[in-house]
Design a protein around this ligand. Structure first.
Ligand SMILES: C[S@@+](CC[C@H](N)C(=O)[O-])C[C@H]1O[C@@H](n2cnc3c(N)ncnc32)[C@H](O)[C@@H]1O
Length: 260
């Protein structure tokens, strides 16, 4: 039997890693694979497990037969650096959400957290950011990578595993300032190897009307939806594309909260 996903440790394992990795495997409901010292991952991948979450000295990595993926603030870090820099355009997401210190945001499609990191920086330590990720391996990478705020004066991101609709249904009406969605685009754009790997493990479910309605119930300022320029996510949901720039690969829509 091959496990779809399992947990193990780096080949340079120490007792410390073993204890942590075992605890995490149990918390994530995944099998823990003992790894004989210095055994290459290739011997396990495809035979014992299709993919492995590996605890290394640099944190958790997701490995499969094709590639590996680690948490990195990546684009989020770049966007944060540009926030408030003279001569730099305002961050589109922060602008559309009209985000300010102390705000609360739910990111319904967390991925590896670039958008959530930007929100966390803008709302600051007095604000609140909840990130929801449906894919277990991506949740594992994001929740471990975002355990401490990677940037000064950021809110700590509360990472939850599950379908965003299930999380929204637990929340009071108009209890958060903004809800944001960045679902997987129906037509992928050319991207980095890391994004290809994220695509393989991501949930490719389009945003639906029920989830959007729940987001409008929970939000008190805006629901913001990102789509691909060549996709039809926004029109399918009856949303109007905002006129931002004709040359960007992304399109955006912003919906007011429901009045009920
Ligand atoms: C395009 S990525 C998000 C990238 C993210 N906005 C960022 O800035 O790094 C979309 C992510 O949302 C997750 N996702 C898709 N549908 C979801 C749902 N209904 N509930 C929770 N997560 C979902 C996917 O697994 C994927 O990781």
């Amino acid at each position: 039997m091959t496990f779809p996903l399992a947990v193990t440790v780096t080949a340079k394992q120490t007792g410390r890693y073993l204890v942590r990795a075992r605890e995490k495997a149990q918390a994530w409901g995944l099998p823990f694979l003992e790894r004989p010292r210095r055994t290459p991952l290739e011997e396990t991948l495809g035979t014992v497990a299709d993919a492995l979450l590996v605890l290394t000295g640099e944190g958790w990595k997701l490995h499969d037969a094709q590639d590996s993926l680690a948490f990195s603030p990546g684009m989020g870090a770049l966007r944060i650096k540009r926030l408030g820099m003279p001569g730099q355009p305002q961050d589109v997401l922060a602008r559309l959400c009209e985000l300010k210190a102390g705000d609360s945001v739910l990111d319904g499609t967390l991925g590896l957290g670039s958008d959530a990191l930007v929100c966390a920086k803008v709302v600051g330590p007095s604000g609140r950011v909840i990130g929801v990720e449906a894919s277990l391996p991506l949740y594992a990478l994001a929740s471990e990578g975002l355990k401490t705020p990677p940037f000064e004066d950021s809110a700590l991101i509360e990472v939850r595993h599950g379908h965003v609709l299930e999380v929204l249904e637990t929340l009071e009406s108009h209890s958060l300032d903004c809800v944001i969605f960045d679902p997987m685009f129906d037509l992928p754009k050319r991207s980095t190897p890391a994004f290809h790997m994220l695509r393989r493990y991501a949930l490719h479910e389009p945003l639906d009307e029920v989830t959007l309605a729940e987001a409008r119930r929970v939000a008190r300022r805006w629901v913001v939806v990102k789509g691909g320029r060549h996709g039809n996510e926004l029109t399918r949901l009856g949303l109007t594309e905002l006129k931002l720039s004709r040359f960007k690969p992304l399109v955006w829509a912003r919906v007011a909260p429901s009045t009920a």
